[in-house]
Design a protein around this ligand. Structure first.
Ligand SMILES: [Zn+2]
Length: 75
């Protein structure tokens, strides 16, 4: 991936251009599984690639860590 893409937070469901990726680092590896779960949680498909945003990471680091362990993270 070489284009800048806004990201969707798995936890709060926001999509923002504040958060971009050019290389997938920090995003979930299993986007498909995370996307299905996102749809169950938020009632709609994610608009973009899923990750945990810094706000949610700060607010609930244990949950963020569990999510990353569950879906994997590109390093
Ligand atoms: Zn969030």
């Amino acid at each position: 991936m070489t284009t800048e893409t806004p990201l969707t937070c798995y936890v709060c469901g926001r999509t923002s251009e504040e958060w971009i990726t050019v290389n997938m680092i920090g995003l979930f590896e299993d986007q498909e599984a995370a996307g299905k779960r996102f749809e169950e949680k938020h009632g709609e498909e994610p608009e973009s690639y899923l990750f945990v945003c810094p706000n949610c990471d700060d607010a609930n680091p244990n949950y963020a860590k569990n999510c990353r362990e569950k879906y994997g993270v590109y390093q």
